[in-house]
Design a protein around this ligand. Structure first.
Ligand SMILES: [Zn+2]
Length: 382
């Protein structure tokens, strides 16, 4: 296929690439001809899309269905304060076209699903995975394997990150590394576990670097290698990854079509891990009981650093990890009401106390976040 020519404006814009012997005019023309899909316009997708646009990738696709939330701005640098409440794709478009008007941006305002993934991914040269959940990560991987598109993977948790290049002709895929997803609820999300914002920039820029290397055809991509980033120790380690001949996606190829990834990861609505599977009460009901000075124990099962941000009146802090032992000193015939940030840990606490013989124990639905929405907006959300 003939590579597109560069205009004189593009030659000036990309001059620092053009004088790099390994990139030069041909490499820049390859970038201009390239089609890269970025899944997610969040913490990883932001630096990836910005740097790929600046580098002159000719056609960028961006998939996201979310609106900008104030809590995103700590790390999602595609979006600004004025964008809160608006679709992420709108701020992404404005930012990317300002960074480089030569980029053709195609946006997909939808959740990537097994139904639409093949249609959206087909025709791209490289896919960059900027998702934040296991279901979409397996979906992106399987779609890339089925279509034969390299999958530039990145993920982060708190102070640690990972990156690799999956689903190439010769290398392993994400399923070779993680055959099964972790049990639902075992690995907290960024919203539950927190994340160092700048780390997403670090890992996202590694993903953008890998995408550019694949397109230009230079260097040694992270194929068959898993890069581990430890931001606190500032250490980078590389693990060698083998393709797993038993991998259902890239090994035996028994996976011939996309599956139900929410069910595969146990995150489908109504699954047993849902917080509504335990007895609960609403924040308004709890407020009424506190107002009547009813007699019950109110237990906050969050962590001390969360307690320092906000707490409910009359509550006692017993972090979930220490609840089992602490509860042996409680009276199991007394009524207990528990709460956490959003309701998930509270539901676990209820189940645990029920197993320990507590007869009347309920979870505050939606946790302290819903309390702030429905009872007392002066309680800060985090
Ligand atoms: Zn595989």
């Amino acid at each position: 296929m003939a590579l597109p020519d560069l205009s004189s404006d593009e030659i000036l814009r990309y001059s620092r690439h053009l004088i790099l012997p390994d990139v030069a005019v041909d490499g820049q023309r390859r970038l201009k001809a390239a089609r890269v899909l970025v899944v997610g316009a969040g913490g990883l997708g932001s630096p990836v899309a910005l740097y790929l646009a600046a580098a002159g990738v000719g056609h960028l696709g961006l998939v996201d269905f979310d609106v900008v939330d104030l809590t995103n701005l700590q790390r999602q640098i595609l979006h600004g304060t004025a964008d809160v409440g608006h679709p992420k794709l709108a701020s992404a478009r404005a930012r990317i076209s300002d960074t480089n008007p030569h980029v053709e941006l195609e946006t997909y305002e939808t959740r990537l699903t097994a139904e639409n993934a093949l249609e959206i991914l087909r025709g791209y040269d490289v896919v960059v995975d900027g998702t934040d959940n296991f279901a979409t990560r397996y979906l992106v991987n399987d779609a890339c394997v089925l279509l034969g598109i390299p999958n530039v993977y990145g993920s982060i948790f708190r102070f640690e990150g990972q990156a690799s290049v999956f689903a190439t002709a010769e290398g392993p895929c994400y399923r070779c590394l993680y055959r099964e997803p972790p049990p639902p609820g075992l690995v907290p999300s960024c919203a539950e576990g927190g994340v160092l914002g700048v780390l997403l920039g670090l890992v996202g820029v590694i993903q953008a670097t890998e995408a550019i290397k694949l397109i230009v055809g230079i260097g040694a991509p992270l194929v068959g290698r898993l890069l581990l980033v430890d931001a606190l120790g500032m250490q980078f380690r590389t693990l060698q990854l083998q393709r797993d001949p038993e991998c259902p996606a890239c090994g035996t190829r028994e996976l011939r079509q996309l599956i139900d990834y929410e069910a595969f990861c146990g995150t489908a609505a109504g699954s047993v891990t849902g917080e509504d599977a335990v007895p609960e009460l609403t924040p308004l009901e709890l407020a009424a009981r506190i107002g009547r000075k009813d007699d019950f124990d109110l237990i906050d099962v969050r962590e001390p650093h969360e307690w320092a941000i906000a707490k409910l009146p009359g509550a006692r802090l017993v972090p979930l990890a220490s609840l089992k032992e602490a509860a042996t000193a409680f009276d199991p015939t007394r009524e207990v009401i528990v709460y956490c940030r959003a309701g998930v840990r509270g539901a676990k606490a209820v189940r645990q106390l029920q197993e320990q013989g507590f007869v009347s124990v309920r979870n505050v639905s939606g946790g302290i976040l819903r309390w702030s929405d429905e009872v007392d907006p002066t309680v800060p959300k985090y």
